[in-house]
Design a protein around this ligand. Structure first.
Ligand code: EPU
Length: 417
Protein backbone atom coordinates (compact mmCIF):
# COMPACT_ATOMS: atom_id res chain seq x y z
CA UNK A 1 0.00 0.00 0.00
CA UNK A 2 1.35 3.43 -0.93
CA UNK A 3 2.64 5.77 1.77
CA UNK A 4 3.73 9.37 1.61
CA UNK A 5 7.15 10.36 2.91
CA UNK A 6 7.53 14.05 3.72
CA UNK A 7 10.69 15.84 4.77
CA UNK A 8 9.27 18.86 6.57
CA UNK A 9 10.45 22.37 7.21
CA UNK A 10 10.41 23.91 3.71
CA UNK A 11 8.23 27.05 3.27
CA UNK A 12 6.05 26.44 0.19
CA UNK A 13 6.60 28.87 -2.62
CA UNK A 14 5.48 29.23 -6.24
CA UNK A 15 2.40 28.66 -8.39
CA UNK A 16 0.07 25.70 -8.56
CA UNK A 17 -3.09 25.06 -10.59
CA UNK A 18 -6.23 23.85 -8.81
CA UNK A 19 -8.21 20.93 -10.26
CA UNK A 20 -11.93 20.54 -10.86
CA UNK A 21 -14.05 19.94 -7.75
CA UNK A 22 -14.57 16.32 -6.69
CA UNK A 23 -17.84 17.10 -4.92
CA UNK A 24 -19.21 18.94 -7.96
CA UNK A 25 -18.01 16.32 -10.44
CA UNK A 26 -19.56 13.37 -8.58
CA UNK A 27 -23.22 14.51 -8.81
CA UNK A 28 -22.66 15.91 -12.31
CA UNK A 29 -21.43 12.50 -13.52
CA UNK A 30 -24.76 11.13 -12.25
CA UNK A 31 -26.66 13.81 -14.17
CA UNK A 32 -25.77 11.95 -17.40
CA UNK A 33 -28.20 9.23 -16.27
CA UNK A 34 -31.07 11.68 -16.87
CA UNK A 35 -30.72 11.87 -20.66
CA UNK A 36 -30.12 9.58 -23.63
CA UNK A 37 -27.99 12.26 -25.29
CA UNK A 38 -24.26 12.74 -24.62
CA UNK A 39 -23.10 14.92 -21.72
CA UNK A 40 -19.69 16.44 -22.37
CA UNK A 41 -17.68 17.53 -19.33
CA UNK A 42 -14.39 19.37 -18.92
CA UNK A 43 -12.16 20.08 -15.90
CA UNK A 44 -12.93 16.63 -14.47
CA UNK A 45 -10.29 15.81 -11.83
CA UNK A 46 -8.34 12.52 -11.98
CA UNK A 47 -9.27 11.04 -8.63
CA UNK A 48 -10.10 7.61 -7.26
CA UNK A 49 -13.65 8.68 -6.33
CA UNK A 50 -14.24 9.82 -9.91
CA UNK A 51 -12.91 6.50 -11.25
CA UNK A 52 -15.24 4.66 -8.85
CA UNK A 53 -18.25 6.68 -10.03
CA UNK A 54 -17.33 6.05 -13.69
CA UNK A 55 -17.11 2.30 -13.00
CA UNK A 56 -20.47 2.45 -11.23
CA UNK A 57 -22.33 4.20 -14.05
CA UNK A 58 -20.34 2.18 -16.61
CA UNK A 59 -21.75 -1.10 -15.28
CA UNK A 60 -25.23 0.46 -15.57
CA UNK A 61 -24.72 0.78 -19.33
CA UNK A 62 -23.25 4.30 -19.65
CA UNK A 63 -20.57 4.60 -22.32
CA UNK A 64 -17.63 6.66 -21.01
CA UNK A 65 -15.19 8.24 -23.47
CA UNK A 66 -12.12 10.17 -22.35
CA UNK A 67 -11.87 13.49 -24.18
CA UNK A 68 -8.45 15.13 -23.91
CA UNK A 69 -6.66 15.49 -20.61
CA UNK A 70 -9.55 16.41 -18.33
CA UNK A 71 -12.62 15.86 -20.50
CA UNK A 72 -15.24 13.12 -20.58
CA UNK A 73 -18.19 12.27 -22.81
CA UNK A 74 -20.90 10.27 -21.08
CA UNK A 75 -23.51 8.55 -23.20
CA UNK A 76 -26.31 6.81 -21.35
CA UNK A 77 -28.37 5.78 -24.37
CA UNK A 78 -27.70 2.17 -23.39
CA UNK A 79 -28.59 2.58 -19.67
CA UNK A 80 -30.10 -0.80 -18.80
CA UNK A 81 -29.05 -1.76 -15.29
CA UNK A 82 -30.28 0.70 -12.61
CA UNK A 83 -28.31 -1.00 -9.85
CA UNK A 84 -25.56 0.24 -7.53
CA UNK A 85 -24.01 -2.84 -5.93
CA UNK A 86 -22.66 -2.98 -2.38
CA UNK A 87 -19.07 -3.58 -3.57
CA UNK A 88 -18.98 -0.12 -5.14
CA UNK A 89 -21.15 1.80 -2.68
CA UNK A 90 -19.10 0.59 0.28
CA UNK A 91 -15.97 2.28 -1.11
CA UNK A 92 -17.72 5.57 -1.83
CA UNK A 93 -20.83 6.87 -0.08
CA UNK A 94 -21.45 9.39 -2.87
CA UNK A 95 -22.72 6.41 -4.93
CA UNK A 96 -26.13 7.21 -3.38
CA UNK A 97 -26.19 10.13 -5.85
CA UNK A 98 -27.34 7.78 -8.63
CA UNK A 99 -30.65 7.10 -6.82
CA UNK A 100 -32.68 10.16 -7.79
CA UNK A 101 -31.59 10.19 -11.43
CA UNK A 102 -32.19 6.43 -11.90
CA UNK A 103 -35.73 6.54 -10.50
CA UNK A 104 -36.50 9.59 -12.64
CA UNK A 105 -35.20 8.06 -15.88
CA UNK A 106 -35.77 4.30 -15.42
CA UNK A 107 -38.75 4.29 -13.03
CA UNK A 108 -36.78 2.02 -10.71
CA UNK A 109 -33.45 1.80 -8.88
CA UNK A 110 -31.70 -0.53 -6.49
CA UNK A 111 -28.89 1.16 -4.59
CA UNK A 112 -26.99 -0.47 -1.78
CA UNK A 113 -27.53 1.35 1.49
CA UNK A 114 -24.26 3.06 2.38
CA UNK A 115 -23.02 2.08 5.81
CA UNK A 116 -21.37 4.44 8.26
CA UNK A 117 -17.88 5.64 7.52
CA UNK A 118 -14.82 6.98 9.30
CA UNK A 119 -16.45 10.35 9.98
CA UNK A 120 -19.88 9.27 11.25
CA UNK A 121 -23.09 7.31 10.72
CA UNK A 122 -24.21 9.35 7.70
CA UNK A 123 -27.76 8.08 7.13
CA UNK A 124 -29.66 8.73 3.86
CA UNK A 125 -33.15 9.01 5.34
CA UNK A 126 -33.68 12.49 3.85
CA UNK A 127 -32.96 11.22 0.32
CA UNK A 128 -35.56 8.50 0.86
CA UNK A 129 -38.11 10.80 2.50
CA UNK A 130 -37.87 13.23 -0.43
CA UNK A 131 -38.37 10.51 -3.05
CA UNK A 132 -41.37 9.18 -1.11
CA UNK A 133 -42.86 12.68 -1.07
CA UNK A 134 -42.50 12.62 -4.87
CA UNK A 135 -44.60 9.46 -5.02
CA UNK A 136 -41.87 6.80 -5.17
CA UNK A 137 -42.42 3.52 -3.39
CA UNK A 138 -39.25 3.03 -1.41
CA UNK A 139 -38.31 -0.04 0.59
CA UNK A 140 -35.11 -1.30 2.12
CA UNK A 141 -34.55 -4.97 1.26
CA UNK A 142 -31.43 -7.02 1.92
CA UNK A 143 -29.36 -3.87 2.48
CA UNK A 144 -30.57 -2.22 -0.72
CA UNK A 145 -32.78 0.83 -1.18
CA UNK A 146 -35.35 -0.21 -3.78
CA UNK A 147 -37.24 2.75 -5.23
CA UNK A 148 -40.00 2.58 -7.85
CA UNK A 149 -42.20 5.17 -9.56
CA UNK A 150 -43.67 5.11 -13.06
CA UNK A 151 -43.27 8.90 -13.05
CA UNK A 152 -42.26 10.99 -10.06
CA UNK A 153 -44.63 13.79 -9.08
CA UNK A 154 -43.59 17.27 -8.02
CA UNK A 155 -43.80 17.82 -4.26
CA UNK A 156 -42.96 20.22 -1.46
CA UNK A 157 -40.04 18.82 0.52
CA UNK A 158 -38.56 20.22 3.73
CA UNK A 159 -35.41 18.40 4.75
CA UNK A 160 -34.84 17.88 8.49
CA UNK A 161 -31.26 19.14 8.19
CA UNK A 162 -29.15 20.72 5.50
CA UNK A 163 -27.86 17.86 3.34
CA UNK A 164 -25.65 18.42 0.31
CA UNK A 165 -26.00 15.13 -1.56
CA UNK A 166 -29.62 14.91 -0.36
CA UNK A 167 -30.39 18.24 -2.05
CA UNK A 168 -28.52 17.12 -5.18
CA UNK A 169 -30.29 13.75 -5.35
CA UNK A 170 -33.74 15.32 -4.98
CA UNK A 171 -32.94 18.02 -7.52
CA UNK A 172 -31.98 15.33 -10.05
CA UNK A 173 -35.16 13.40 -9.31
CA UNK A 174 -37.31 16.52 -9.65
CA UNK A 175 -36.06 17.72 -13.04
CA UNK A 176 -37.99 14.94 -14.83
CA UNK A 177 -40.94 14.82 -12.40
CA UNK A 178 -44.47 15.78 -13.31
CA UNK A 179 -45.05 19.34 -12.03
CA UNK A 180 -43.32 21.59 -9.52
CA UNK A 181 -40.99 20.49 -6.75
CA UNK A 182 -39.96 22.83 -3.95
CA UNK A 183 -36.96 21.89 -1.80
CA UNK A 184 -36.91 23.87 1.45
CA UNK A 185 -33.90 23.98 3.77
CA UNK A 186 -31.83 23.15 0.67
CA UNK A 187 -28.03 23.07 0.86
CA UNK A 188 -26.51 26.29 -0.52
CA UNK A 189 -23.10 24.80 -1.32
CA UNK A 190 -21.49 26.00 -4.58
CA UNK A 191 -21.43 22.36 -5.77
CA UNK A 192 -25.26 22.34 -5.68
CA UNK A 193 -25.19 25.43 -7.89
CA UNK A 194 -22.71 23.79 -10.29
CA UNK A 195 -25.02 20.77 -10.61
CA UNK A 196 -28.02 23.08 -11.18
CA UNK A 197 -26.07 24.93 -13.89
CA UNK A 198 -25.28 21.65 -15.64
CA UNK A 199 -28.90 20.44 -15.37
CA UNK A 200 -30.12 23.80 -16.70
CA UNK A 201 -27.77 23.45 -19.68
CA UNK A 202 -29.44 20.05 -20.21
CA UNK A 203 -32.87 21.71 -20.37
CA UNK A 204 -33.99 21.58 -16.72
CA UNK A 205 -35.96 24.43 -15.14
CA UNK A 206 -34.41 25.26 -11.76
CA UNK A 207 -34.68 28.49 -9.80
CA UNK A 208 -33.04 29.29 -6.46
CA UNK A 209 -29.97 27.02 -6.43
CA UNK A 210 -27.51 28.60 -4.00
CA UNK A 211 -30.38 29.63 -1.69
CA UNK A 212 -32.26 27.46 0.79
CA UNK A 213 -35.36 27.35 -1.43
CA UNK A 214 -35.00 25.60 -4.77
CA UNK A 215 -37.97 25.42 -7.14
CA UNK A 216 -37.90 22.95 -10.01
CA UNK A 217 -40.44 22.67 -12.82
CA UNK A 218 -40.24 19.12 -14.18
CA UNK A 219 -39.80 18.64 -17.93
CA UNK A 220 -40.56 15.62 -20.17
CA UNK A 221 -36.95 15.05 -21.13
CA UNK A 222 -33.46 16.49 -20.89
CA UNK A 223 -30.95 16.77 -23.71
CA UNK A 224 -27.16 16.64 -24.05
CA UNK A 225 -24.98 19.57 -22.98
CA UNK A 226 -21.42 20.62 -22.31
CA UNK A 227 -20.31 21.77 -18.89
CA UNK A 228 -17.03 22.72 -17.18
CA UNK A 229 -16.72 21.49 -13.57
CA UNK A 230 -16.09 24.31 -11.06
CA UNK A 231 -12.70 24.55 -9.29
CA UNK A 232 -12.24 22.56 -6.10
CA UNK A 233 -12.69 24.98 -3.18
CA UNK A 234 -11.48 22.42 -0.62
CA UNK A 235 -8.32 21.60 -2.59
CA UNK A 236 -7.78 25.38 -2.84
CA UNK A 237 -8.26 25.83 0.91
CA UNK A 238 -5.95 22.92 1.65
CA UNK A 239 -3.06 24.42 -0.39
CA UNK A 240 -3.68 27.80 1.26
CA UNK A 241 -3.38 26.13 4.67
CA UNK A 242 -0.23 24.26 3.63
CA UNK A 243 1.37 27.52 2.51
CA UNK A 244 0.18 29.34 5.66
CA UNK A 245 1.48 26.64 7.99
CA UNK A 246 4.95 26.52 6.41
CA UNK A 247 5.40 30.33 6.41
CA UNK A 248 5.24 30.21 2.62
CA UNK A 249 4.12 32.38 -0.26
CA UNK A 250 2.05 30.81 -3.06
CA UNK A 251 -0.22 31.68 -5.95
CA UNK A 252 -3.08 29.30 -6.75
CA UNK A 253 -4.39 29.50 -10.30
CA UNK A 254 -7.55 28.22 -12.08
CA UNK A 255 -9.57 28.71 -8.92
CA UNK A 256 -11.81 31.29 -7.34
CA UNK A 257 -11.91 33.02 -3.97
CA UNK A 258 -15.64 33.58 -4.29
CA UNK A 259 -16.55 30.21 -2.72
CA UNK A 260 -14.04 30.52 0.08
CA UNK A 261 -14.94 33.65 2.06
CA UNK A 262 -15.12 31.92 5.46
CA UNK A 263 -11.77 30.16 4.96
CA UNK A 264 -9.99 33.24 3.62
CA UNK A 265 -11.32 35.36 6.53
CA UNK A 266 -9.86 32.85 8.99
CA UNK A 267 -6.49 32.76 7.24
CA UNK A 268 -6.37 36.58 7.31
CA UNK A 269 -7.26 36.47 11.02
CA UNK A 270 -4.31 34.07 11.44
CA UNK A 271 -2.05 36.75 9.98
CA UNK A 272 -1.79 35.81 6.28
CA UNK A 273 -1.86 38.40 3.52
CA UNK A 274 -4.24 37.25 0.79
CA UNK A 275 -4.84 38.90 -2.58
CA UNK A 276 -7.55 37.64 -4.94
CA UNK A 277 -8.19 38.18 -8.65
CA UNK A 278 -11.07 36.48 -10.49
CA UNK A 279 -9.15 33.23 -11.15
CA UNK A 280 -6.23 33.36 -8.74
CA UNK A 281 -5.47 33.60 -5.04
CA UNK A 282 -2.08 34.67 -3.68
CA UNK A 283 -1.14 34.06 -0.04
CA UNK A 284 1.84 35.26 1.95
CA UNK A 285 2.17 33.82 5.44
CA UNK A 286 3.70 35.47 8.52
CA UNK A 287 6.67 33.81 10.25
CA UNK A 288 4.25 32.43 12.88
CA UNK A 289 0.46 32.18 12.62
CA UNK A 290 -2.01 33.35 15.26
CA UNK A 291 -4.43 30.71 16.59
CA UNK A 292 -7.91 30.94 15.02
CA UNK A 293 -11.06 29.27 16.34
CA UNK A 294 -13.49 27.73 13.87
CA UNK A 295 -16.96 26.23 14.03
CA UNK A 296 -18.13 24.13 11.11
CA UNK A 297 -21.55 24.90 9.61
CA UNK A 298 -23.24 24.44 6.24
CA UNK A 299 -22.19 26.87 3.46
CA UNK A 300 -21.57 29.80 3.45
CA UNK A 301 -20.11 29.31 6.96
CA UNK A 302 -16.85 27.50 7.65
CA UNK A 303 -16.81 24.07 5.88
CA UNK A 304 -16.40 20.79 7.75
CA UNK A 305 -14.12 19.69 4.90
CA UNK A 306 -11.56 22.32 6.07
CA UNK A 307 -11.75 21.55 9.80
CA UNK A 308 -8.89 19.03 9.90
CA UNK A 309 -6.55 21.32 7.94
CA UNK A 310 -7.22 24.17 10.41
CA UNK A 311 -6.49 21.84 13.31
CA UNK A 312 -3.07 21.21 11.73
CA UNK A 313 -2.25 24.89 11.25
CA UNK A 314 -3.42 25.77 14.77
CA UNK A 315 -1.14 23.11 16.20
CA UNK A 316 1.88 25.40 15.61
CA UNK A 317 0.14 28.81 15.93
CA UNK A 318 0.55 31.36 18.66
CA UNK A 319 -2.19 30.87 21.27
CA UNK A 320 -5.14 28.54 21.76
CA UNK A 321 -7.94 27.76 19.29
CA UNK A 322 -11.31 26.12 19.85
CA UNK A 323 -12.45 23.89 16.99
CA UNK A 324 -16.11 22.85 16.98
CA UNK A 325 -17.37 20.23 14.55
CA UNK A 326 -21.16 20.44 14.17
CA UNK A 327 -21.78 18.48 10.92
CA UNK A 328 -20.31 15.02 11.56
CA UNK A 329 -20.16 13.27 14.92
CA UNK A 330 -16.80 11.59 14.50
CA UNK A 331 -14.57 13.90 12.51
CA UNK A 332 -11.60 14.29 14.87
CA UNK A 333 -9.67 11.12 13.96
CA UNK A 334 -6.74 13.24 12.79
CA UNK A 335 -6.35 14.77 16.26
CA UNK A 336 -4.76 11.68 17.77
CA UNK A 337 -2.35 11.42 14.83
CA UNK A 338 -1.43 15.12 15.16
CA UNK A 339 -0.79 14.47 18.86
CA UNK A 340 1.69 11.75 17.79
CA UNK A 341 3.58 14.50 15.94
CA UNK A 342 3.73 16.57 19.12
CA UNK A 343 0.56 18.69 18.88
CA UNK A 344 -1.22 19.76 22.07
CA UNK A 345 -4.89 18.94 21.47
CA UNK A 346 -7.58 18.20 24.06
CA UNK A 347 -10.75 16.56 22.78
CA UNK A 348 -14.14 16.89 24.44
CA UNK A 349 -16.96 15.49 22.33
CA UNK A 350 -17.27 17.68 19.26
CA UNK A 351 -14.88 20.31 20.64
CA UNK A 352 -11.13 20.33 20.30
CA UNK A 353 -8.89 22.76 22.12
CA UNK A 354 -5.62 23.23 20.26
CA UNK A 355 -2.76 25.04 21.98
CA UNK A 356 0.06 25.90 19.63
CA UNK A 357 3.45 24.30 20.29
CA UNK A 358 6.78 25.68 19.02
CA UNK A 359 7.27 22.76 16.60
CA UNK A 360 6.03 19.35 15.47
CA UNK A 361 8.37 16.38 15.05
CA UNK A 362 8.11 13.88 12.19
CA UNK A 363 6.75 10.38 12.93
CA UNK A 364 4.76 7.61 11.25
CA UNK A 365 1.03 8.43 11.19
CA UNK A 366 -2.08 6.88 9.71
CA UNK A 367 -4.59 8.55 7.40
CA UNK A 368 -8.17 7.67 8.39
CA UNK A 369 -10.24 9.64 5.89
CA UNK A 370 -9.73 12.09 3.06
CA UNK A 371 -9.55 15.41 4.93
CA UNK A 372 -7.79 13.83 7.93
CA UNK A 373 -5.06 12.76 5.53
CA UNK A 374 -4.83 16.33 4.17
CA UNK A 375 -4.26 17.61 7.72
CA UNK A 376 -1.47 15.05 8.19
CA UNK A 377 0.19 16.21 4.97
CA UNK A 378 0.12 19.80 6.27
CA UNK A 379 1.51 18.65 9.63
CA UNK A 380 4.22 16.68 7.84
CA UNK A 381 5.21 19.77 5.86
CA UNK A 382 5.65 21.72 9.12
CA UNK A 383 7.28 18.97 11.18
CA UNK A 384 11.01 18.70 11.67
CA UNK A 385 12.44 15.54 10.14
CA UNK A 386 10.57 12.81 8.29
CA UNK A 387 6.86 12.08 8.45
CA UNK A 388 5.55 8.87 6.91
CA UNK A 389 1.80 8.85 6.23
CA UNK A 390 0.25 5.41 5.87
CA UNK A 391 -2.97 4.56 3.98
CA UNK A 392 -2.76 7.46 1.57
CA UNK A 393 -5.40 5.88 -0.67
CA UNK A 394 -7.68 8.18 1.35
CA UNK A 395 -5.73 11.15 -0.03
CA UNK A 396 -5.96 9.86 -3.62
CA UNK A 397 -9.75 9.95 -3.36
CA UNK A 398 -9.75 13.75 -3.36
CA UNK A 399 -6.38 15.34 -4.17
CA UNK A 400 -5.15 15.15 -7.75
CA UNK A 401 -1.37 14.52 -8.15
CA UNK A 402 -0.73 15.92 -4.69
CA UNK A 403 2.94 14.98 -4.46
CA UNK A 404 3.60 16.53 -7.88
CA UNK A 405 1.77 19.75 -6.93
CA UNK A 406 3.56 20.02 -3.57
CA UNK A 407 6.91 19.34 -5.26
CA UNK A 408 6.19 22.26 -7.63
CA UNK A 409 5.90 24.40 -4.50
CA UNK A 410 9.30 23.18 -3.29
CA UNK A 411 8.20 20.53 -0.78
CA UNK A 412 10.12 17.30 -0.35
CA UNK A 413 7.38 14.70 -0.78
CA UNK A 414 7.75 11.20 -2.11
CA UNK A 415 5.35 8.27 -2.59
CA UNK A 416 6.84 5.05 -1.22
CA UNK A 417 5.59 1.46 -0.91
N1 EPU B 1 -27.72 13.48 7.21
C1 EPU B 1 -28.73 12.71 7.73
N2 EPU B 1 -29.63 12.15 6.86
C2 EPU B 1 -29.53 12.31 5.51
C3 EPU B 1 -28.48 13.07 4.98
C4 EPU B 1 -27.57 13.65 5.87
O1 EPU B 1 -28.85 12.55 8.95
O2 EPU B 1 -30.38 11.74 4.79
C5 EPU B 1 -26.75 14.11 8.13
C6 EPU B 1 -25.33 13.58 7.97
O3 EPU B 1 -25.14 12.38 8.71
C7 EPU B 1 -24.50 14.74 8.46
C8 EPU B 1 -25.30 15.95 7.98
O4 EPU B 1 -26.62 15.48 7.76
O5 EPU B 1 -24.45 14.73 9.86
C9 EPU B 1 -24.80 16.61 6.72
O6 EPU B 1 -24.49 15.62 5.75
P1 EPU B 1 -24.60 15.86 4.19
O7 EPU B 1 -25.70 15.01 3.66
O8 EPU B 1 -24.63 17.31 3.87
O9 EPU B 1 -23.21 15.25 3.70
P2 EPU B 1 -22.99 14.50 2.33
O10 EPU B 1 -23.87 15.09 1.32
O11 EPU B 1 -23.01 13.04 2.56
C10 EPU B 1 -21.20 16.12 1.33
C11 EPU B 1 -19.78 16.00 0.86
C12 EPU B 1 -18.87 15.80 2.06
C13 EPU B 1 -19.04 17.01 2.99
C14 EPU B 1 -20.51 17.16 3.39
C15 EPU B 1 -20.79 18.39 4.23
C16 EPU B 1 -20.04 15.03 -1.35
C17 EPU B 1 -19.87 13.87 -2.24
N3 EPU B 1 -19.68 14.86 -0.06
O12 EPU B 1 -21.49 14.91 2.01
O13 EPU B 1 -17.55 15.76 1.56
O14 EPU B 1 -18.26 16.84 4.14
O15 EPU B 1 -21.33 17.24 2.20
O16 EPU B 1 -20.41 19.54 3.56
O17 EPU B 1 -20.46 16.10 -1.77
C18 EPU B 1 -15.26 15.17 1.58
O18 EPU B 1 -15.17 15.63 0.43
O19 EPU B 1 -14.25 14.85 2.27
C19 EPU B 1 -16.59 14.97 2.17
C20 EPU B 1 -16.81 14.16 3.20
Amino acid sequence: MDKLLIQGGVPLSGDVAISGAKNAALPILCACLLTSEPLQLTNVPHLNDIATMLRLIGQMGVEVTMDGNDGLILDSRGLNNPLAPYEMVKTMRASILVLGALVARCGEARVSLPGGCAIGARPVDQHIKGLQAMGAEVGVEHGYVHAKASRLKGARIVTDMVTVTGTENLMMAAVLADGETVIENAAREPEVVDLANCLTAMGAHIVGAGTDLIVIQGVERLHGATHAIMPDRIETGTYLCAAAATGGSVRLTQTSASYLDAVIDKLREAGCEIACTPNEIALKAPARLKAVSVRTEPYPAFPTDMQAQFMAINSVADGTALIRETIFENRFMHAVELIRLGANIKLDGNNAVVTGVPRLDGATVMATDLRASASLVIAGLIAQGETLIERIYHLDRGYERIEEKLARLGASVRRVR
